[in-house]
Design a protein around this ligand. Structure first.
Ligand SMILES: [Zn+2]
Length: 301
């Protein structure tokens, strides 16, 4: 049986919000069994709670946000990616602002802190979503294929007209070990011109070379360079792992994402959900079924 997981202690991280330019504190507290993931706007009166579920998630141009219709928290995707990648089922996330700090643009700062405090297992089976049948989503050039599977497998394709990116693709089976070693470190990226334009328009007030890979026409401006040559497609998978958690439970499926972005990830999940193609399975039920089959086989021999 796979047990539900929470944190063994409290995780606290503080950093600059790129939209607001303000310093924002985030505290992640352990939560009890079946509590799920909840975001709390801890800076507002009454501390509104926004549970992680598909109805509360919106996919924007370059970010994913959670909202109850009235209160918002932007840039939740890298934190959700860390929680999903490390298979945390229950946690309460207190956010003292309207966005999650970007830190170095990867999920690694979250992963490191969570690993430092460790995990606590709750003696109740994990809840997961499985796919009843294959499903295809397409919007313009963005295409996402979902296939039933017993493990989470992600294949991503990206294409940018930049000499350091061009076409990149990667396929990986996601479990905590592969997530930590292959995905968590990959930083988000942006182009210098677009960054300056957004700064000039006041859309973003913070942000620097320490929050992302910044590219000009032909090179990386960050003095430390890239962490791997294919860091770009690895970050795409990091974003997909985060956005998939919008369902509130892990999704077990084989996913192929072609030229996808946050908007298409969330739209695809909403369509999948509405089409009734998700089946919630407790891992205990599955284990019992397997044992039953084994006993049947035993009886027959
Ligand atoms: Zn990202």
């Amino acid at each position: 049986m796979e047990y539900q997981r929470t944190l063994a202690g409290k995780v606290v991280l503080e950093g600059e919000g790129i939209f607001s330019g303000k310093n924002i504190r985030v505290e992640i507290e352990p939560a009890e069994e079946n509590g799920g993931i909840n975001f709390i706007r801890a800076d507002l009166p009454g501390k509104p709670v926004i549970p992680l579920k598909i109805e509360n998630i919106i996919g924007l141009e370059g970010a994913t946000a959670i909202t109850d219709g009235e209160h918002f928290i932007y840039l939740v995707e890298h934190l959700l990616s860390a929680l999903h990648g490390l298979q945390i089922d229950n946690a309460n996330i207190y956010v003292y602002g309207e966005e999650i700090p970007l830190f170095d643009g990867s999920a690694y700062p979250w992963v490191r802190k969570i690993q430092e405090v460790g995990y606590r297992f709750l003696l109740i089976p994990k809840r997961k979503f499985y796919l009843r049948k294959s499903f295809q989503y397409q919007n313009g050039v963005s295409k996402i294929n979902f296939k039933p599977s017993n493990t989470l497998k992600i294949k991503a394709f990206i294409s940018f007209e930049h000499p350091l990116i061009r076409e990149q693709s990667l396929e990986i089976e996601i479990n905590p070990r592969s997530y930590i070693n292959e995905i968590a470190f990959a930083r988000t990226f942006g182009f210098k011109d677009i960054l300056f334009e957004r700064k000039n328009k006041g859309i973003i007030k913070g942000g620097s070379l320490s929050n992302a890979i910044i590219l000009d026409k032909d090179k990386v401006l960050n003095p430390e360079g890239l962490r791997t040559e294919d860091e770009f497609v690895r970050h795409k998978i990091l974003d997909i792992v985060g956005d998939l958690f919008a369902l509130g439970y892990p999704l077990v499926a084989e996913i192929e994402a072609i030229y996808s972005n946050h908007r298409s990830h969330i739209e695809a999940l909403k369509s999948l959900y509405k089409a009734g193609l998700l089946e919630e399975i407790e891992s205990r039920a599955l284990t019992f079924l397997l044992i039953y089959k084994k006993l049947k086989k035993y009886e027959q021999t």
